[in-house]
Design a protein around this ligand. Sequence first.
Ligand code: MV4
Length: 453
Amino acid sequence: MFQKILIANRGEIAIRIIRACRELNIASVAIYSEADRNSLHVKYADEAICVGPAHSNRSYLDIPNILSAAVISGADAIHPGYGYLSERADFAEICESHGLTFIGPTADQIEKMGNKSLAKKTMAAAGLPVIPGSDGPVTSVDELVMIADEIGYPVIIKASAGGGGKGMRLVHNHAQLVQAFQLAQAEAEASFGNADVYLEKFIENPRHIEVQILADNYGNVVHLGERECSLQRRHQKILEESPSPIVDEKLRKKMGAMAVKGAKHVDYRNAGTIEFLVDEESNFYFMEMNTRIQVEHPVTEAVYGIDLIKEQIRLAAGDELGYEQKDIIAYGHAIECRINAEDPENGFLPSPGMITKFHAPGGLGVRWDSFVYSGQEITPFYDSMFGKLICWGIDRNEAIERSIGALEELEIEGIKTNKEFHLWILQHDEFRRGNYSTNFIEREIAKQKIVKK
Ligand code: MV4
């Protein structure tokens, strides 16, 4: 097992990882930017090293500075958290070449899954269902037109180097096709330095459902069910739940088996997520694989009783999984509300500033993962998410009622937050019925003005 882990991240996930280290008796090293000097992750870690100024490019993304901090502190492993360097194959590689274990999959796996058309091709070869479309990047206008005519409109053009909604273009008919293709290529080249785009059938009103997997270094892979992540706004998730209200035991078994099959096909290691797009007939298709721990991992932890960060650390150290699929048992239902410093009544504009008063909710089945306290400043330099409220209940209804109660207890003064927006979602009939797709938020925002209580 490791003696000391450097955490190459900030905010709530840095604290989450420090807590896991503590329980495993591993010393933790925090890194921080000048803007985060007074952050809780700095206080909670056993050691802390400043790696640069506020701007992420010069601190949380500065590989030489972070590696120096790891070497100077004598860390033997690096946990990247999510975002920042977590899906940078070059970072994973350079950690390993400096004798530091990267807590995650291999550089090769990160790179392969980072290229979305290659990932799709790889998973199709593994036998996973994929959305009809081009087999890899589209290489010519002739090929483009031929495939679009074959699969039928509407179609969607996606950047190979994109992902998470970046560089997508919806095409309704033949007349728009060629121009959209050329624009998409130019945009992909400008944004990612890679002009490759691929084509697929557009799925109307899809659901975004993802399967959590864990893999050891010896070929053992299990899944921990799914997370329903369809509640998004502009490709930013807002609220997630496990299990998905539309997935029954039979579908869970099928999706889980496919996720495990895909992971095994690429000899995957550590924690990962297979994202599926699910259509209105409950057909599911492989979309992307995320090769990191995700923001919404706690809903899976709540339902399956497995500490995913401790598992990541243990697996990276070379431990065997030690359990099988049959040992993994779901119990109850969990909902995560992402609490952001933003103003839902003003186009969700970021709302940085000083938190003048703060009180965290509590009680049975209530978990609050955050880095804030009274007197903390939310700076404009980083993501607006400053806390996650995860509520567990014996069933979906209890998880919803508990979330509402906990949100009402949550007190934040000094900045605007999306707390009321969450209360609005949790009380919405369609949400209550579990009947919502990725279009829900944008449609409902357009339809009605949010009623403040
Ligand atoms: C799609 C799609 C419909 N059809 N692909 C958005 C994020 C990226 N992972 C892929 N995305 C989509 N791909 C086909 N063939 C609709 C979306 C999409 C979406 C997917 C998941 C969650 C929210 C979304 C919001 C808008 C569009």
